[in-house]
Ligand binder design. Structure first.
Ligand code: HEM
Length: 137
């Protein structure tokens, strides 16, 4: 078994579940738990962990490439733009989920709904950008 393939596969497992967490968590909080603030907080922890997992595992993809090839993946144009979109979404998503957890009690229902709308939009955009990164790499 190749160590490189194994490393990529393990990181990809984390990355895939992180993607599922940020997309599914935000959609569930927005549409299935819109009246349940306690459940929304639980989902906010899941989404926060998901964004952290995405940033961490995304960085590990680069680290694996550096380790086995001595350089980061050679990407250009659309792929670089897609990667930037994903990094920006991960940063914004992490900050918004953290703010949600700190300020849940001070935010009214409208603010909470807007936060989940934004988190869902960031997750969907990042997931779409992943397809462009994959096929323009
Ligand atoms: C700091 C943020 C991120 C970085 C640095 C990053 C980096 C990467 C890299 C290097 C790959 C491998 C690309 C390839 O196969 O050529 C990848 C794949 C992927 N990423 Fe990310 N990513 C980030 C965030 C996200 C987010 C937020 C999502 C989804 C919500 C996501 C979803 C995916 C998916 C689904 C794949 C697999 C694509 C495929 O092979 O079809 N990523 N990511």
């Amino acid at each position: 078994m190749s160590a490189e393939n194994l490393a990529y596969a393990v990181v990809q497992v984390v990355h895939n579940f992180g993607a599922a967490a940020v997309v599914g968590g935000a959609l569930a909080a927005r549409w299935l738990a819109s009246a349940d603030v306690r459940r929304q907080r639980q989902l906010a922890w899941l989404v926060l962990a998901g964004w952290a997992a995405q940033a961490g595992s995304g960085a590990l993809f680069g680290a694996i490439s550096l380790h086995f090839y001595g350089q980061f993946p050679d990407i250009h144009g659309t792929a670089v733009a897609a990667l930037r979109v994903k990094v920006a979404c991960a940063l914004a998503g992490f900050v918004i989920a953290a703010l949600f957890l700190r300020r849940t009690d001070r935010w009214g229902e409208g603010a909470r709904r807007r936060a989940w709308n934004l988190l869902a939009a960031l997750a969907v955009v990042a997931l779409a950008a992943a397809a462009f990164l994959r096929w323009f790499s």
